[in-house]
Design a binder for this molecule. Structure first.
Ligand code: NAD
Length: 465
């Protein structure tokens, strides 16, 4: 762990499993209450000086981006060892971290000047919150550090960050890289179980909790944050629908639909979790998806031929297996996959299920794994209604040869992000956030940057000084 600018170990340690082998990938110290206090006090102590110099912060973010690119090989190797994703995907994720730090290094905290109706003048500006506690899940342990630390630090906050106990190692390594580019205490990375997350949200020092994870934990974070009126940004689960329109070209949409659902072995908050296809195109699209599911290599992410890794942990593997078995018990048909790979590791073959609909948990809930239910519709109005019949509202997509037509349908999806002929692109300049139970607030872009600050109004008499 990195606390107050120092490498810190702890007597209590935890082992981290490699999900491709079920062997120990490494271990790390566990942050107890005293170490957490030390990290929080250091973050508070460093906050004023850090908040005072925007140009210094810009330079630090640029330095972090360069250091992340230099260390990419090691970061990606550790990420693959503990998370399971293919090395190429791990390298992409590390690159995204650097891209986020570069983008935020160039962003400007908002400031506006107003003339008031009584002849006075007001400056509306953004001031940092102080200490931010950040908590991340196990599917994109590094990318999400970029999404949280880059804007929080640029806005002038300090941060204490905790990764998931399933994937702490790559984050602790990245934490060391970030901490080396900033004054002691500005950024600390600690590791521990869910109890450490709860202790962070209940700790008196942080002024904001930036959380990515499940809906259930998000609600617990919000309850804890209410005490002390901490700000929260919650990026939670999704049950994204993709709707194919009847003029789509099956050859053109098949690959992006497959990867929209199966990239990261389906463990993406805003991945395709339900696919709606028109009756007229059901056969050609299913045929292509099933063929791709059967021939896409799944295995240990260190093998360069592998395109899909394991499910990251045992409880999630069991959940995905149970949802698939339940869908079959309720009359669903497995068109591809449906089985565990005959090897060690949490490998669930890429699976496509047909003949299911509302009322089946595989359709109604977030599966978060390599299993895609495909539903056939007759009337696009029915597909839109089915897509919206969920409490989730993260993102959605519509696929068509006619972009305007697709955009009109996409605009009717009840989600924070709706897309045409794409499901998975993200940008540091474009806000991302969920409606409904998928979250509260947004990350990225100037909107995400704003969430790491409070508005402050400076009023002066008379016209602009
Ligand atoms: P999780 O909610 O179980 O855990 C997330 C983090 O919260 C972990 O670090 C965990 O230790 C911590 N935590 C657990 N209990 C806590 C508590 N009471 N107080 C504070 N922290 C606590 O989620 P997970 O299973 O690790 O991740 C999968 C979920 O994350 C999926 O639902 C997925 O959709 C979601 N997710 C959302 C986004 C997004 O941007 N919307 C991105 C990635 C993942």
């Amino acid at each position: 762990m990195t606390i107050a600018g120092e490498d810190v170990d702890a007597r209590e340690r935890m082992a981290v499993l490699n999900p491709a082998t079920e062997q120990v990938a490494g271990e790390c110290g566990v942050c107890g209450p005293e170490l957490l206090d030390r990290a929080m006090e250091a973050a508070r102590g460093a906050a004023d000086a850090w908040a005072a110099d925007l140009e210094r912060r810009r330079r630090a973010l640029a330095e972090i981006a360069a250091a992340v690119r230099r260390e990419a090989g090691e970061l990606a190797a550790v990420l693959t060892a503990e998370q399971g994703k293919p090395l190429k995907a791990a390298l992409f994720e590390v690159g995204e971290v650097a891209r986020w730090f570069e983008a935020f290094a160039a962003m400007e905290p908002a400031q506006e000047e107003l003339a008031t109706e009584d002849g006075g003048h007001a400056v509306v500006r953004r001031v940092p919150l102080g200490v931010v506690a950040a908590i991340t899940p196990w599917n994109f342990p590094l990318l999400l550090v970029g999404w949280k630390a880059a804007p929080a630090l640029l806005a002038g906050n300090t941060m204490v960050l905790k990764p998931s106990p399933f994937t702490p190692l790559s984050t602790l390594l990245l934490g060391r890289v970030i901490a080396a580019a900033v004054p002691p205490g500005v950024f600390s990375a600690v590791a521990g179980g869910d109890d450490l997350g709860a202790r962070m949200t209940g700790h008196p020092v942080p002024r904001k909790i930036s959380f990515t994870g499940s809906v259930r934990t998000g609600a617990a974070v919000m309850r804890a944050a209410a005490e002390g009126l901490k700000r929260v940004t919650l990026e939670l689960g999704g049950n994204d629908a993709a709707i194919v329109l009847d003029d789509a070209d099956p050859d053109a949409v098949e690959s992006p639909l497959f990867w929209g659902a199966f990239a990261n072995s389906g463990q993406i908050c805003a991945g395709i979790k339900r696919l709606y296809v028109p009756e007229s195109l059901a056969d050609p699209i299913l045929e292509r998806l099933v063929d791709r599911a059967k021939r896409t290599p799944m295995g240990d992410g260190t093998d360069p031929a592998v395109k899909l890794g394991p499910i990251q942990n045992r409880p999630q593997f069991d959940r995905v297996s149970a949802l698939t078995a339940d869908a079959v018990a309720r009359g669903g048909t497995v068109a591809a996959g449906g089985h565990r790979l005959d090897r060690p590791g949490y490998f669930h073959a890429p699976t496509i299920v047909t003949g299911v609909g509302p009322g089946v948990p595989l359709v109604d809930e977030e599966q978060f794994g390599p299993v895609l239910p495909v539903m056939v519709y007759r009337d696009v109005e029915d597909a839109i209604a089915a897509a919206n019949a969920t409490e989730y509202g993260l993102s959605g997509s519509v696929w068509s040869a006619d972009v305007d037509r697709a955009a009109r349908v996409a605009g009717r999806l009840d989600a924070g992000t709706v897309r045409v002929n794409d499901h998975l692109t993200f940008s540091p300049r474009v806000p991302f956030g969920g409606r409904g139970v998928s979250g509260l607030g947004v990350e990225n872009g100037p909107w995400g940057l704003d969430e790491f600050s409070d508005l402050q109004v400076l009023r002066t008499p008379g016209p602009r000084p």
